[in-house]
Design a protein around this ligand. Structure first.
Ligand SMILES: [Fe+2]
Length: 141
C-alpha cells in the first residue's frame, strides 16, 4: 500500500524537470524519515528538518527562476511571499528539545505530505500550464 511519500501519478504536472525534482524531494524525505524511525537511539530531529528545508529551498529557487525566465504573471506576487513550509519546519525545530519520537516524526510526515500536495496543486499546476502556454522547452516531454 502506498505511503504518504510514495510517488503517485496524481502528483505529476507534466513538466519533466519539475516532476523529477518532486520525485527526488519525496524520496529523500521518505528515506530520512524511515531511517529515523528505525533508530533506537534518540537523535536530533534538526538534521532531517534542515535536509528537507534545504532540498525544498533549492526546488523553490528553481521554480521561481522558471517563473521569471518565462514571465509567469504570478511571479511578481509570489517572489516575496514565503510559503508555509520553511516557517513551519523552523517551528518544528524550535520544539525539538527532546530528540526524535515517533509522535514527532508522524507530525512532521503528516505536515510535509499535505504541504507537498498543496504546493503541487496550487503553485506548480498553474506554473506548468503557463510553461505549456508559452511553449517553454522545459514543458516538452
Ligand atoms: Fe514544486
Amino acid at each position: 500500500m502506498p505511503g504518504p511519500f510514495d510517488w503517485d501519478q496524481s502528483y505529476e504536472v507534466r513538466v519533466p524537470v519539475i516532476d523529477a525534482q518532486h520525485r527526488d524531494l519525496l524520496s529523500s524525505i521518505k528515506m530520512a524519515i524511515s531511517q529515523l524511525s528505525e533508530e533506537n537511539n534518540p537523535q536530533e530531529l534538526s538534521p532531517l528538518l534542515d535536509g528537507i528545508a534545504h532540498g525544498a529551498g533549492v526546488h523553490f529557487k528553481f521554480e521561481k527562476d522558471l517563473m521569471e525566465a518565462y514571465a509567469d504573471p504570478r511571479f511578481q506576487a509570489l517572489r516575496n511571499e514565503d510559503t508555509s513550509l520553511l516557517p513551519q519546519l523552523h517551528r518544528f525545530k524550535e520544539r525539538d528539545l527532546a530528540g526524535v519520537s515517533i509522535h514527532k516524526l508522524e507530525h512532521v510526515s503528516a505536515f510535509v505530505s499535505v504541504w507537498l500536495s498543496t504546493h503541487i496543486n496550487t503553485q506548480d499546476r498553474p506554473l506548468a500550464a503557463h510553461l505549456n502556454l508559452v511553449g517553454a522547452k522545459e514543458a516538452q516531454a
